[in-house]
Design a protein. Structure first.
Length: 430
């Protein structure tokens, strides 16, 4: 029914087509068909748009309603609770706290660690795990008790009883032998109902691994947004208050918090470059599992900070790593620490909002251990005559960790420790 010109070519425009009944009827049918198709297409498009909006809303609702799904098990188990109490001192729930394992050291180690901390103006809790009172070295008990009594701060000590074994795993030995021997904790956990002490639920393991159970139990004494530092005590000293510039949460009801991790220097060594770190990871998880992490920076397990709610969840995770792997090498806790981060084991975990990983020399704690191929002064990380440890931007590091790896700094700090010791005995004998 096309309209033609007299030469039978098709007319470009048909005008006044409705004057012809047959042509008019034909075009009415076409209009009707087009209307049906248009309405159907419009409906289809509307349905597609509606479905897209609903899908978007559903996805948005899932994001808004998403709650962390991972909850690591309690280190105490379902039927037990921590019953260990400080030998002296008491936790103050509202303050910041520093936790450290400090067993078997002489008085000079405690003096440098504690006196340098006091000099920063820190007024929170210092919580230490120390040897049994009868095994403390000369002067340590009196010094720790005097620190506990000082106004404006609270020092407390837990005297943990360990049952340690020789290499055969059967013969009871004296002491942990600097963490080489495997040990069980005595009196750490008790029955939920009666409170009676129960046997250590875990196999004997290095004290450095078991400390995370202690830290977990201690963390339960603090408000969820108090900040907590977990730090090695033997090779650490303080140059300013480490909590002065942490991110404070103003909403006390918030159900998650921050973790701060601190790297070793990644330009000098990554995981693949350290026979120790790669061995700990391989032993715990198998090389095929951890090979993707080999090019990653080493994250130090001896220096961690966070809000209580995040630290508590992290510590659950660390204990779970031992429970899952049974890795008993001294140092496996560092393997756990790196694995749990790089494997995503701290993602979507209840209580942990974010993990902030600080590069070496760019955070609160400055890990100096791998910078041994030349003196720290040549790196520009120790200041001239003052011997203060610096960050890369030349600001003073709040916490100097692993200082004893540098010969000159170690010698300087030995002199400081002798000064502290001399002053302490002189004051005590007055």
């Amino acid at each position: 029914m096309r309209v033609l010109n007299w030469d039978k070519s098709v007319s470009a425009v048909a005008h006044q087509f409705d004057r012809d009944d047959e042509l008019n009827k034909h075009l009415k049918d076409i209009r009707h068909s087009m209307e049906i198709n248009f309405k159907a297409d419009k409906t289809a498009k509307a349905n597609v748009a509606k479905a897209a909006l609903e899908a978007e809303k559903e996805a948005s609702d899932k994001v808004l309603d998403m709650s962390p799904s991972v909850v690591y098990p309690s280190p105490a188990g379902d039927n037990h609770k921590p019953i260990i109490e400080p030998t002296f001192g008491a936790h103050r729930s509202h303050v910041d706290a520093i936790f450290a394992l400090a067993e078997g050291y002489d008085l000079k180690i405690y003096l440098l660690f504690i006196e340098s901390l006091k000099s920063t103006g820190f007024t929170g809790d210092l919580v230490l795990s120390v040897s049994a009172i009868s095994e403390l070295q000369n002067g340590v008990e009196d010094y720790l008790r005097s620190h506990h009594k000082e106004e404006g701060e609270e020092g407390m000590a837990y005297t943990v009883t360990w049952t340690c074994y020789e290499g055969d795993g059967v013969t009871v030995a004296k002491g942990a032998n600097e963490g080489i021997r495997k040990c069980e904790m005595v009196g750490m956990f008790g029955d939920n109902s009666t409170g009676d002490a129960v046997k250590d639920p875990r196999e004997a393991r290095p004290v450095a691994t078991a400390r995370y159970e202690l830290y977990w139990a201690w963390s339960l004494h603090y408000d969820k947004h108090s900040w907590i530092m977990l730090i090695d005590s033997r090779d650490t000293y303080f140059q300013s208050n480490p909590f002065a510039n942490v991110e404070r949460e103003n909403d006390a009801t918030k159900s998650d918090g921050l973790l701060y991790f601190f790297e070793e220097n990644s330009e000098v060594a990554k995981i693949k470059d350290s026979s120790y770190n790669s061995r700990w990871l391989n032993s715990a998880y198998g090389k095929d599992v951890v090979l993707p992490f080999y090019d990653k920076p080493i994250i130090c397990s001896g220096s961690t900070m966070g809000e209580q709610i995040a630290i508590e969840s992290y510590l659950r995770g660390m204990v779970a790593q031992f429970d899952n792997t049974k890795c008993k090498l001294k140092g496996c806790d560092q393997g756990f620490h790196n694995y749990i981060y790089y494997s995503g084991g701290l993602s979507n975990v209840k209580g942990i909002r974010d993990v902030v990983v600080h590069e070496q020399g760019k955070g609160i704690i400055n890990n100096l251990g791998v910078l041994r191929n030349k003196p720290l002064k040549e790196w520009g990380l120790v200041e001239g005559e003052t011997m203060r440890v610096l960050n890369w931007d030349k600001s003073v590091s709040a916490v100097a960790h692993q200082y004893d790896r540098d010969d000159e700094l170690s010698k300087h700090m030995k002199g400081i420790k002798r000064q502290y010791l001399k002053s302490y005995w002189a004051e005590k004998n007055e």
